[in-house]
Design a protein around this ligand. Structure first.
Ligand code: HEC
Length: 148
């Protein structure tokens, strides 16, 4: 009995250690996307804009204010992507670019739904699809700062 307990304790300690890589950091399998400072800052500020849109969309939904939902969603729509530095087009891996473009499009579709039918349940459904793009991309990629 005692040795079983000791075995379990040893396993609990060693198993996480085995999953972690040798230098003490979790192995990062996300694909690197190399960007210079301007591009890097643009992408991250776009990301922070996504969270702001999300917050405003949720507030709008809670208050039943579809105008607020539509305006917040549009701020992260394709219009934002059009302001991106042109150099990003060649630096983004194609699958990354496609996920990004689809995400902007989802925001526009959500805005259209809010302006059109204004069906809260449908907007929540669309949000769950949209958020799936966030988590899929985050699981697959990381940004790396390169020199210009
Ligand atoms: C096309 C890929 C992609 C999509 C889609 C995407 N992200 Fe990101 N996001 C990234 C990457 C890459 C990073 C940087 C992660 C890293 O380097 O560790 C990031 C970083 C962030 C950050 C950190 C910003 C900062 O200032 O450090 C936030 C917040 C974020 N994303 C929110 C979102 C939300 C919310 C969505 C969906 C509405 C979303 N992202 C969709 C790729 C994406």
């Amino acid at each position: 009995m005692k040795s079983t307990t000791q075995f379990l304790i040893a396993g609990a300690i060693l198993l996480p250690a085995a999953i972690w890589s040798g230098n003490g950091e979790a192995a990062d399998t996300r694909r690197p996307v190399r960007l210079n400072e301007t591009e890097h800052e643009f992408v991250l500020s776009e990301m922070r804009g996504f969270v702001e849109s999300l917050q405003q969309v949720m507030s709008g939904l809670a208050a039943g204010n579809m105008k607020m939902v539509a305006e917040a969603a549009k701020r992260s729509g394709r219009r934002t992507a059009n302001q991106a530095p042109r150099s990003l087009a060649i630096k983004f891996p194609p699958a990354f670019a496609a996920l990004g473009a689809a995400t902007h499009q989802y925001w526009d579709e959500l805005a259209a739904e809010a302006e059109d039918m204004g069906d809260g349940a449908e907007i929540v459904r669309q949000l769950s699809v949209l958020l799936n793009n966030c988590t899929t991309c985050h699981a697959g990629y990381r940004l790396v700062r390169d020199a210009d």
